[in-house]
Ligand binder design. Structure first.
Ligand code: HEC
Ligand code: HEC
Length: 156
């Protein structure tokens, strides 16, 4: 009886392992990824990247902060700007993180992010134009609001 229990338990364990490794094939892994100026590996501008780039999602890399930037016409991507996150509004408080916008106007990182009491995004366009978000965020899913409930992120 005891032997049978062990065999059954072993069988279940093997099935579970087979199942979970199969799951891994269908979903994206959490590889470390960070956007850099001029990179051209991103896609899906304007969509909420974390719809897919999350634990259990199909995207490669689980992003903690990601989004898209447009030019002043809000139709074309604005490449190679820089996103900075601070603990205070208008680039005050503690500087937390820089994320480079890639060559396709998208930015993303899989780095751990502590949103604390809220972080304030600042974007600098490739030509030096600076824009501040005056309220704070507690999620890095920039495109869950921008282009949906508020204007797209854009810079000159
Ligand atoms: C509908 C699901 C989906 C959305 C939305 C999505 N992605 Fe992806 N992404 C994927 C999948 C699947 C892959 C892996 C296959 C591929 O490269 O197309 C991927 C791959 C990538 C890669 C390449 C990773 C590598 O292996 O080098 C980058 C970079 C990327 N996505 C960035 C973004 C950004 C930034 C956004 C938001 C603007 C975004 N993705 C939105 C599904 C998505
Ligand atoms: C919860 C919704 C939400 C999220 C998430 C969000 N934003 Fe915003 N953002 C807003 C709203 C609403 C405004 C306009 C009011 C303000 O500035 O606070 C705004 C304004 C901005 C502005 C200033 C726009 C202008 O034209 O002056 C920038 C830049 C910006 N956000 C960048 C970002 C970045 C980068 C992220 C992700 C790291 C982000 N936002 C995440 C809602 C959001």
């Amino acid at each position: 009886m005891k032997k049978k229990t062990i065999i059954v338990a072993g069988f279940i364990l093997v099935m579970l392992m087979a199942f979970s490794s199969c799951e891994k094939d269908e979903t994206g892994n959490n590889e470390t990824k960070m956007s850099r100026h001029n990179d051209d590996g991103s896609h899906n501008n304007g969509q909420n990247c974390m719809d897919c780039h999350k634990s259990g999602g199909e995207g490669e890399g689980w992003f903690t902060v990601a989004g898209s930037v447009y030019d002043s016409l809000k139709t074309n991507p604005s490449p190679n700007g820089t996103i900075k996150l601070y603990t205070g509004p208008n680039a005050t408080g503690t500087f937390v993180k820089t994320i480079e916008v890639d060559g396709r106007g998208n930015f993303y990182t899989t780095e751990n992010m502590d949103f604390g009491n809220g972080l304030y995004p600042v974007i600098t366009g490739s030509s030096g134009n600076v824009k501040n978000m005056t309220s704070s965020i507690s999620t890095g899913q920039c495109n869950s609001c921008h282009g949906v409930t508020t204007d797209k992120i854009w810079v000159k």
